[in-house]
Design a protein around this ligand. Structure first.
Ligand code: UT7
Length: 325
């Protein structure tokens, strides 16, 4: 049985349609909804996001990211023995996006399931894959965050529709003799279900409730700032490490102000903060693997670097994974 698990490949995929803030503001103005590039940049740091075409699903985005990660790891799809997809916007009520994605990869037989922890989904999924590798249930896992949040946005609500985007990111996590994932720390507090939710479901052949995203932005903001610091500190403590050991902080990409405040609390200089929220918006469970892959491919993150990944979002959920890349 492997003592450790380690990321051996990363990949990501963005749907081609990119909307700048000005593009989105013009589309919204046509519907009588007023916003501006200035407001969006100042309050969130977002400049642009990508939206998938109407017939493109989370598994479509996820499979492209997965192929790139498998290729980067020097593997074939048939080598994969576990698939976990973190998503809140699955293709269907069931089966899971992971099973649909497995079929699109042209492989069959390995375990495949979805994890639903909203914007913390990727750190939850990575922690589960790490545990399954360490207990011998898997040896080459594909961990994917894939979302089409544009499908659940209320484009008459300017307080939420300017924040989110679509995309997917993936990693291959393999059994290893050398340390990769060093520690993780996951939490949820169901008392805060109502501050970020899509309060609808399918019943009797109809959508019951509301199938569009609702968020109390300020309540989420306040909680996020506190828990991102505590999760990072708890994870460092488990690994017997300190703030100074972190080479790169990759927080969930929701709002640059939350991310900068977390970096400051961890006494990290701004250069150690990975930022892609400016170009991707908030892609929920896809945001961390998207940011990771972009930074690996640009040459910023190198083999051997110590990374702190942090998720926070609906549930309320949060968590961190500390790893040696
Ligand atoms: O993925 C899970 C994690 N999610 C998050 O981390 C999101 C956390 N929350 C946030 O990022 C911020 O709370 C927001 C970006 C959502 C909002 O920023 P804020 O600084 O808290 O703004 P606010 O909600 O206090 O709104 C300030 C003003 C309001 O106008 P009044 O009442 O002051 O006249 C809003 O109506 O900004 C107005 N406003 C807008 N104006 C132009 C809200 N949205 C817009 C908009 N364009 N899109």
């Amino acid at each position: 049985m492997a003592q450790y698990s380690r990321i051996t490949g990363t990949g990501s995929f963005l749907p081609p349609r990119r909307l700048s803030n000005a593009d989105l503001a013009a589309e919204l103005a046509a519907k009588g909804v007023e916003t501006s590039d200035e407001w969006i940049v100042e309050r969130t740091g977002i400049h642009a996001r990508h939206f998938a075409a109407p017939d493109v699903s989370s598994s479509d985005l996820g499979v492209e990211a997965a192929k790139r990660a498998i290729d980067a790891a020097g593997l074939q799809p048939s080598d994969i023995d576990l698939i976990i997809v973190a998503t809140s916007t699955p293709d269907m009520v069931f089966p899971s996006a992971a099973c649909i994605l497995q079929n699109k990869l042209g492989i069959a037989g390995c375990a495949a399931f979805d994890v639903q922890a909203v914007c913390s989904g990727f750190v939850y999924a990575l922690t589960i894959a790490d545990a399954m590798i360490k207990t011998g249930s898997a040896s080459k896992a594909l961990v994917i965050g894939a979302e089409v949040f544009s499908r659940i946005l209320d484009f008459s609500d300017r307080t939420t529709c300017v924040l989110f985007g679509d995309g997917a990111g993936a990693v291959v996590l393999e059994a290893s003799d050398t340390p990769g994932i060093l520690a993780s720390d996951l939490h949820a507090d169901g008392r805060h279900v109502g501050i970020l939710c899509v309060p609808g479901n399918v019943s009797g052949g109809k959508v019951v409730g509301d199938a569009l995203l609702k968020m109390d932005g300020q309540a989420v903001f306040k909680l996020a700032v506190g828990v991102l610091e505590s999760a990072a500190r708890a994870t460092l403590a488990k690994a017997n490490m300190t703030d100074a050991d972190i080479d790169w902080l990759i927080p969930h990409q929701a709002n640059i102000r939350i991310m900068q405040s977390t970096a400051k609390k961890l006494k990290l200089p701004p250069e150690k903060l990975i930022v892609t929220v400016d170009q991707h918006g908030n892609t929920s469970a896809a945001s961390i693997p998207l940011a990771l892959d972009a930074s690996v491919r640009s040459g910023k993150i190198k083999k051997g670097d110590t990374l702190m990944l942090e998720g926070v979002g609906g549930g309320f959920t949060w968590g961190a994974v500390l790893l040696n890349f």
